[in-house]
Write a protein of this length. Structure first.
Length: 179
């Protein structure tokens, strides 16, 4: 509580110090009045008046041109964004659909192979290299340019699904599909 009182006192003293020039009527008002009278005297001089009008018109013209250029650039960017968004969405949807099909196909193939191994008594999950090569081959068949990251992501989803299937088959062998 004492700290709050001390801080309040300091803020009050600071306000008094900052606004003290405003309280002295003669000093503050006389400075403002002197500045206005100097400005009026300069305005009466014809050459200064011309310079002021020219500079004001140049400033106004530059502001107007900046406003027009900014508005034109805003419209240009707005139109460019609208045009650019349409094509990549279709391409990305097609690519996502084809990658989903590849994942499903390879998942079914790997699941059948794993079910055959589980029925024989071997709890073997397909190798990573086999899955990655089959993803690359399917991508080439569908004319997709798959990067290493894309292949790694797809193989992650496939192995995640295969792991969950193998765990459920280990717990309950009657769930293994008969082909």
């Amino acid at each position: 509580m004492r700290i709050l009182k001390v801080l309040t006192l300091l803020v009050f003293l600071l306000c008094i110090n900052v606004f003290s020039p405003c309280y002295t009527k003669n000093g503050f008002l006389s400075r403002i009045k002197d500045r206005f009278t100097k400005f009026e005297k300069k305005m009466k001089d014809k050459e200064n008046k011309k310079k002021l009008l020219i500079s004001a018109s140049i400033v106004g013209l530059s502001l107007l041109t900046n406003l027009i250029v900014g508005f034109a650039y805003y419209n240009y960017r707005k139109n460019q964004r609208n045009q650019a968004l349409e094509f990549p969405q279709e391409e990305s949807r097609r690519r996502a659909k084809e990658t989903k099909e590849i994942i499903d196909e390879i998942n079914i193939r790997s699941e059948k192979q794993m079910a055959k191994n589980f029925r024989m008594g071997n709890e073997i999950i397909p190798r990573l290299k086999e899955v990655m090569t089959s993803i690359e081959n399917e991508g080439k068949k569908k004319n997709l340019d798959l990067t290493r990251d894309d292949i790694a992501d797809m193989s992650y989803f496939i192995f995640k699904n295969l792991f969950h299937l193998s765990e459920t088959w280990k717990k309950n062998p009657t769930l293994i599909p008969i082909d």
